[in-house]
Design a binder for this molecule. Structure first.
Ligand SMILES: Nc1nc2c(ncn2[C@@H]2O[C@H](COP(=O)(O)OP(=O)(O)O)[C@@H](O)[C@H]2O)c(=O)[nH]1
Ligand SMILES: [Mg+2]
Length: 329
């Protein structure tokens, strides 16, 4: 049988140094790319397409095993429901990166929000792998809802699936294996079986690439600014005159007078308000109508809550998906 890399799941090979799964010697269990990510944080971008992932999901659908649907609570994604078109398995929703949302927001509020999506979850758990938050509850729920020894871990890329599995191993297993994780999307390349114990095997998977997410367009140094590493401090502006808000180099918002808005984005981004017109050449322009008390979501960047109904002009540099939703917080 072909041996898989223990970090990313790629099939190991010693022939083509530029291809996925390359190792100098087949006796190693980590491919060269994983070795470099783990030891030098050197990332080699691999473009994954969703067709391969959908095949994996269809295989999961043939089983009746429990699925952990892992979702980044901050970068939730527009179409979570889409996953249900591929799999009907019993599904436990695991919201990760709780540490990023303001602590003042209650867990119950977030859980209720997700239950209202009517996606038929057996349960919802909110965790943080960084803070070791709620792992006992999560583990207890996995044991309670699993059908057999296999439990699949699915979701979008970068949701924190592999990091979560590493934490489960650390807390509840003697298995010393450690999956490769990184800030870049598509770190995990193939499904990998991770044996927690005799009765439980978690199967990590690469993840769906989020359509039109900012994270698909930027490099590693920008990604580390976009992806919050700790609790977000929301920024509230009262717009008194016609004002513009500029977010790093890729987003400008032109907002009419008399609005209150709160920005939920990484505090490592440069966010500034301007009272005069900014030069918007090189940006794409889009008018957006937002109803009162809703979020405007920028896929892969964050969201802005608007108190009043308004029409704003959004200038962007990338083909990032922008949409409104019921307010999260
Ligand atoms: N703030 C925060 N970041 C996390 C957490 N878990 C994972 N991450 C980060 O999210 C990124 C993607 O994680 P990874 O496990 O590779 O995601 P995967 O593609 O779903 O397997 C990495 O930069 C992780 O360090 C968490 O609990 N909190
Ligand atoms: Mg992964």
């Amino acid at each position: 049988m072909n041996k898989k890399c223990q970090g990313c799941g790629a099939i190991l090979q010693d022939q083509e140094s530029n291809e996925v799964g390359y190792v100098r010697n087949l006796k190693y269990s980590l491919c060269e790319r994983c070795f470099r990510i783990k030891n030098y944080s050197e990332y080699k971008v691999i473009v994954q397409d969703n067709e391969e992932y959908i095949k994996i999901l269809k295989e999961v659908d043939k089983t009746n095993d429990l699925v952990l649907f892992v979702v980044d609570v901050f970068f939730m994604g527009a179409n979570l429901e889409k996953i249900r078109t591929y799999i009907n398995n019993p599904m436990l929703l695991v919201l990760t990166k709780r540490d990023v949302l303001p602590y003042s927001v209650s867990d119950q509020k977030i859980k209720d929000y997700m239950h209202n999506l009517s996606m038929n979850f057996v349960d919802v758990e909110l965790i943080s792998s960084y803070k070791n938050y709620n792992f006992d509850q999560l583990y207890e729920k996995i044991l309670r809802y699993k059908k057999g020894p296999n439990v699949y871990v699915i979701g979008f890329t970068n949701a924190g699936k592999s990091t979560m599995i590493n934490k489960i191993l650390y807390h509840y297993s003697d298995n010393k294996m450690s999956l490769t994780t990184s800030i870049m999307p598509s770190t995990t390349l193939n499904s990998i079986e991770v044996k927690v114990n005799q009765d439980l095997t978690l199967i990590d998977t690469p993840g769906l690439v989020v359509d039109r997410s900012l994270i698909n367009f930027v490099d590693g140094s920008m990604l580390s600014k976009i992806m919050p590493q700790k609790e977000i401090k929301p920024i509230t502006y009262q717009i008194k005159g016609n004002q513009m808000i500029k977010i790093s180099d890729f987003l400008i918002l032109d907002i009419p007078m008399g609005n209150d808005l709160t920005i939920y984005m990484s505090n490592n981004l440069e966010i500034n308000r301007y009272y005069k017109g900014l030069n918007t050449s090189g940006y794409r322009e889009e008018k957006m109508k937002i109803k009162a008390d809703r979020d405007l979501v920028f896929e892969g960047l964050g969201f802005i809550h608007f108190k009043e109904e308004c029409t704003i002009t959004v200038y962007t540099k990338y083909d990032m998906k922008i949409y409104t939703r019921k307010k999260l917080i």
